[in-house]
Unconditional design. Structure first.
Length: 397
């Protein structure tokens, strides 16, 4: 009950508020914005895919949840964040959340040796921290008092510490991507913070033996990297079976229709990959076919959001959704043609979004409603950022 109430409050309420206000305006103007049409088209295509899939009801529920916590939230925040006051409230609220997460995570690691952050999976927890870091970054580009700036810096430092302690490959590589992007595009005088965070990460590796051991384990040759690489071969094989409409949410992929005569990688012989007794050399290292079978059927995911959508939702839905996302980013880039030092908030936001896209290549981020909600909320914020990030903003409180 609490879970459904949370979804109702976080997804349906803001969308309903915007729709009730904007619908009369759309009727009077006889013009609906392209962004709204995009969200509606994604929803309609999702319903069509659901009706055509093997698991219609499960796919329908998954699609409605994705659209409600994703594209519809973007439409809501796109309108709500046209107000600078609403932006400020959201930025300070999420900055406070990341600071609280930082304190909680460090406490958990100190006393129990583990970090949960209200999540059983460290990947969504670390990704949430990366997305939430957009807020203190933007606020730091605006004129603030010394105590407020210190609080914002502490929230960023605590989030970086937690991401490192969580010891997951994707989020760590995402941090490196964000750092390189920021240093490459931001003026030199703004390079102290990312370089300082890099130094902090190095010190953590040197002083925390348990963290260093975690990274040593995940870099072993028998890690999930080889299995995730095999997803591409199998995923595109399934995609070619139904490239337009997909196969629906969590289908039974290991049946005769999808497995028969699947060409494994660049191998010369064709085999039935559903045969547990068959051993072969996967993409990089020697493994058993049954090992990949067990790996996929346990997780039921391709661990890459683009590949997941192509297989499950089909090429038409994926083209419309990702095409719309690319269009939104293109409009944002066009808006920020001025020198980077005048648009520091925009550059830092883009850097984190690029980092999020990198993580999305390692697991299906948008399948998690909280990550989907955060990503599309910050997408709505991004397109409303002022062109000159150095402009004065009145401090609240």
């Amino acid at each position: 009950m609490a879970k459904h109430a949370t979804i109702l409050l976080a997804c349906i309420l803001p969308v309903a508020m915007v729709v009730l206000v904007r619908i009369p305006i759309w009727f009077s103007d006889k013009k609906v914005p392209k962004e709204v049409l995009w969200a509606l088209l994604v929803f309609i295509l999702g319903i069509v895919v659901s009706l055509r899939s093997e698991n219609s009801w499960i796919t329908m529920k998954s699609t409605v949840l994705f659209v409600a916590s994703g594209p519809f939230i973007f439409i809501a925040t796109w309108y709500l964040f046209k107000s600078t006051k609403n932006q400020e409230v959201f930025l300070w609220m999420t900055s406070l959340i990341i600071l609280c997460f930082g304190c909680l995570g460090i406490y958990e690691h100190s006393y129990s040796g583990g970090i949960s952050l209200f999540s059983e999976n460290p990947l969504p927890a670390a990704t949430s921290l990366i997305l939430l870091s957009i807020s203190p970054m933007i606020l730091l580009t605006r004129k603030r008092s010394a105590p407020l700036r210190l609080a914002l810096i502490l929230s960023l430092i605590s989030s970086v510490i937690l991401i490192i302690l969580l010891a997951k490959k994707g989020p760590i590589l995402s941090l490196i991507v964000i750092l390189l992007f920021s240093v490459g595009f931001v003026n030199r005088k703004h390079q102290k913070l990312p370089l300082g965070l890099a130094l902090l990460a190095g010190c953590l590796f040197l002083t925390s033996e348990s963290t260093l051991l975690k990274y040593k384990n995940i870099l072993k040759l028998n890690s999930s990297i080889t299995l995730r690489a095999e997803h591409y071969f199998f995923g595109f094989h399934v995609f070619k079976k139904n490239p337009v409409w997909g196969v629906g949410y969590h289908p039974d992929l290991f049946n005769y229709f999808y497995c028969d005569s699947f060409l494994i990688g660049e191998r010369k012989s064709r085999v039935d990959i559903c045969n547990d007794k068959f051993s072969y050399n996967p993409t990089f290292f020697e493994q058993q076919r049954s090992f990949y079978w067990g790996y996929y059927t346990t997780l039921r995911t391709f661990e890459n959001i683009v590949l997941t959508f192509l297989v499950e939702m089909g090429g038409l839905f994926s083209a419309v959704y990702f095409g719309g996302g690319i269009y939104i980013f293109a409009v944002f880039f066009k808006k920020f043609r001025a020198p980077p030092q005048k648009n520091l908030a925009g550059i830092l936001t883009i850097a984190v979004m690029v980092g999020f896209a990198f993580i999305s290549c390692t697991f299906d981020t948008l399948r998690f409603p909280n990550l989907n909600w955060l990503f599309h909320s910050f997408l709505g914020l991004m397109v409303n950022l002022p062109q000159n990030s150095s402009e004065n903003h009145s401090e609240s409180g």
